[in-house]
Design a binder for this molecule. Structure first.
Ligand code: 6PG
Length: 237
């Protein structure tokens, strides 16, 4: 089930639309609440929006009132090539005037990864209070329908209380931290970004899928109130 899909001729048009929509939401959030909480996705797709934000929105986005979090992380050191934080630091964070204290990477230096998950949840609860309501939460989708580090058949799909869990997943790096559906489903604006021909098959499958809590595709289980799929033509069904 894909209720709202915005299809763009190419990555440049898609990325521009994401940047403008994000700017609008950010300004609204700051006008209403004095801050904007954005949750970044991992993987490679976000590199394009990060580059545009860094290149053209460094002064247009009110970064000093934006707070950045992460939807999932590979349990590796922050300078590891697989680190989602490293990717975000290199393509975005190091190039925009955002205060260091506004950036919340998932910790990956605890001996027990589950303790790192608990620490991040504590940071989220300290920031949000009772409900983790991101103004914008970005997600990607993998070929088998995973999103964040929620993979088909995983126990993490059933989590209803914890906001952050440790999970071992099929692809390398196997050890991950991930936000859970209780957090994803509270986002005010949830943006899936899917680009390239490699996403076409899974997008067709998700489009045909009824979605909901029993879907075989974790991405299709997400039930936030406002979900938008930003898709480029090569990925379009
Ligand atoms: C991760 C991501 C993951 C990603 C999808 C799509 O840590 O890998 O959070 O869920 O969004 O695998 O990845 P691409 O953007 O690289 O296609």
């Amino acid at each position: 089930m894909i209720r709202e899909a915005r299809v763009f001729a190419d990555s440049a048009n898609l990325t521009r639309a994401v940047a403008e929509e994000s700017l609008r939401i950010t300004n609204d959030a700051i006008a209403q609440r004095g801050r904007c909480a954005i949750c970044l996705s991992g993987g490679s797709t976000p590199k394009a929006i990060n580059a545009l934000w860094a290149r053209e929105y460094s002064s247009r986005m009110p970064w000093n009132q934006v707070y950045l979090f992460f939807g999932d992380e590979r349990y590796v050191p922050q300078d590891d090539p697989h680190s989602n934080y490293r990717m975000a630091r290199e393509t975005l964070i190091s190039q925009i005037p955002i205060p260091a204290q506004n950036v919340h990477p998932m910790p990956t230096n605890f001996p027990k990864p589950d303790d790192a998950a608990k620490e991040y949840e504590s940071q989220l609860r300290q920031f949000f209070g009772a409900q983790p309501e991101f103004d914008i939460l970005f997600l990607g989708v993998g070929g088998e329908g995973h999103t964040a580090s929620l993979f088909p058949g995983a126990a993490s799909l059933q989590e209803t209380q914890r906001w952050v869990v440790y999970a071992e997943v099929p692809p390398e790096p196997h050890q991950r931290l991930s936000l859970t559906y209780p957090v994803l489903n509270r986002a005010h604006n949830l943006f899936f970004l899917a680009e390239g021909p490699g996403k076409r098959e899974i997008l067709q499958a998700i489009r045909r899928d009824p979605g909901g809590p029993t879907s075989q595709y974790p991405a299709a289980r997400v039930s936030a109130p406002h979900i938008v799929w930003f898709i480029d033509q090569p990925a379009a069904f």
